[in-house]
Design a protein. Sequence first.
Length: 227
Amino acid sequence: MEFREFERLVRRLAREIPDEYLDGIAAIDVSPKAVPHPVRADVYTMGECIPLHGDGDEVLSRVVLYYGSFRAIAGLHGDFRWREEAWETLTHELRHHLEWRANADALEAFDWAAEQNFARQEGQPFDPLFFLSGEGVDADVYRIDDDVFLDRVVRALPGELEITWHGRRYRVVVPDRDLPLFLTLEGMRDPPPGDVVLVLRRPGRLRDLLHRPTPPSQAEVRAVPAD
């Protein structure tokens, strides 16, 4: 199925949703992006419910279905059913919207994390633990918008370590910087639409409650296939 045909399919499916389930939905969009799972091979994020800022206490969401992910999965399965999978993804993301509306505290935490991530991207000061308020997609893996964060707790700065991305192993040489350290990884196959960020941080300590946390360091490094 081509992109424009998939867009038309999603629009038809959206018209089948009762109006009460669309309350607070600002838009239902189709993106050409493919969003690979950070750890598991041949697994992709098919859709997403993105919280938006409304007026006052209003909770709005934008639902996005990722055509590139659908196409990648269809290439792996000859019996892929586009309509059934699109309907399941669309209704799943609408359920997420209802969950956002029911849990305002979680929505506020995600908004704060998105603001901190923007500060990171702009080279401004940011809270070193902000990514923990993102969406947990696997053990020690978090996602905020298009960016994926791989959390690693270490007692000392390692010279090198190994990570898994989308079913493949990679080696990362760690530069000599202070902890906590945010490493933006380059060179991986099937990257996400945004950054892959490896976060190296020390275990929490009692004295951290009494002192201002050390400002995080940032660097860009290349991930080399380990296979």
